[in-house]
Ligand binder design. Structure first.
Ligand SMILES: NC(=O)c1ccc[n+]([C@@H]2O[C@H](COP(=O)([O-])OP(=O)(O)OC[C@H]3O[C@@H](n4cnc5c(N)ncnc54)[C@H](O)[C@@H]3O)[C@@H](O)[C@H]2O)c1
Ligand SMILES: [Zn+2]
Length: 282
């Protein structure tokens, strides 16, 4: 039998080889990350109602969608449930060990003169946990590890380190006392951009973004590696596509590039990064 001219992995092999060339030509690495980068660490993405409800069965039982709970109104209407959802996630992200792909990204960056900057819509703090420099991360939608007042009574944003959430997995309700604002006593909420959210205090993310802009102007030939960014909330995709730089898009289901130079890799983050490391070692 003649050899199969299109073995199943040929597309990925060629894409990995192209990605390795792009990394070799770069002087810096911009990492764009969405929820999918955490899947290989065991974290859920919230893809569609079913993906979300698989992760939160008590919310499925009540028919509550992601956009309904991730909403400032839910802190008014159902404070123990809203805190149950975010408290559970806070505990989950604290307990999660970032997969090896994060270390591979750090090693790629260490070989480049300008190192890496991270732009992520994730609120989970996994890049900091993986040892990335906190001054080189934009958490564009905020961070679950930071808090603000629900009113808000001031511009204060502070660490969530003191919050030790007790959440009943059967009901998704957080046990009292719910965290209170040290300034005015009102309920506190995560410093995260939610749906229909005019109360989010964005100063922390804006300061991060200003640091990113300063770095970006110093860099001449960045390569962008985008991992696990979905299409529904395209903040990460948009940033990655508008850098006038080659883009390596890693996504098992939606790897196609809109336009511009670069390559899509139809694989999970961990597998793609392991293969990229191998290709760069050749
Ligand atoms: N961990 C978090 O912080 C977290 C988790 C869920 C949602 N969110 C928030 O919800 C919104 C969701 O948008 P989003 O685009 O980040 O996520 P999304 O759930 O819309 O999309 C996830 C993407 O990851 C891809 N994916 C699945 N498995 C993967 C893997 N193993 N490796 C690489 N990619 C994989 C999927 O194909 C999909 O395109 C964002 O605003 C984000 O802030 C955050
Ligand atoms: Zn307050």
């Amino acid at each position: 039998m003649p050899p199969d001219p299109h073995p199943p992995d040929a597309g990925i092999d060629a894409a990995i080889a192209r990605a390795a060339e792009l990394v070799r030509d770069a002087d810096a690495l911009l990492i764009g990350a969405g929820a999918g980068i955490g899947v290989d660490s065991g974290l859920p993405d919230f893809r569609g109602d079913h993906g979300f409800w698989r992760a939160y069965p008590p919310l499925a039982a009540r028919g509550i969608r992601f956009a309904e709970i991730a909403n400032p109104h839910s802190f008014e209407a159902h404070p123990a449930l809203a805190w149950g959802f975010y408290g559970h996630r806070l505990a989950l992200y604290r307990a999660t060990v970032p997969h090896e792909g994060f270390a591979i990204l750090r090693a790629l960056a260490a070989a480049l003169p300008h190192g890496a900057f991270v732009f992520t819509s994730n609120v989970d703090g996994q890049f900091q946990r993986a040892g990335f420099d906190a001054d080189r991360i934009v958490e564009y939608h905020g961070s679950i590890h930071h808090l603000q007042c629900t009113r808000p009574c001031s511009d204060a944003i502070w660490s969530a380190a003191e919050v030790a959430p007790q959440v009943d997995p059967a009901t998704c309700l957080m046990a009292p006392p719910l965290p209170a604002c040290p300034h005015c006593g009102a309920l506190v909420r995560p410093n995260i951009l939610m749906f229909n959210d005019s109360d989010w205090l964005e100063a922390r993310s804006e300061a991060q973004y200003a640091r990113f802009r300063a770095w970006r102007t110093r860099v001449q030939r960045p390569v962008v590696i985008e991992l696990g960014a979905g299409t529904d909330i395209p903040s990460v995709r948009r940033l990655c596509e508008t850098q006038h730089a080659p883009l390596i898009r890693i996504n098992p289901r939606a790897p196609a590039l809109a336009s511009g130079p670069g390559v899509g890799i139809a694989a999970g983050a961990l597998e793609a990064l392991r293969r990229l490391r191998e290709a760069l070692a050749d």
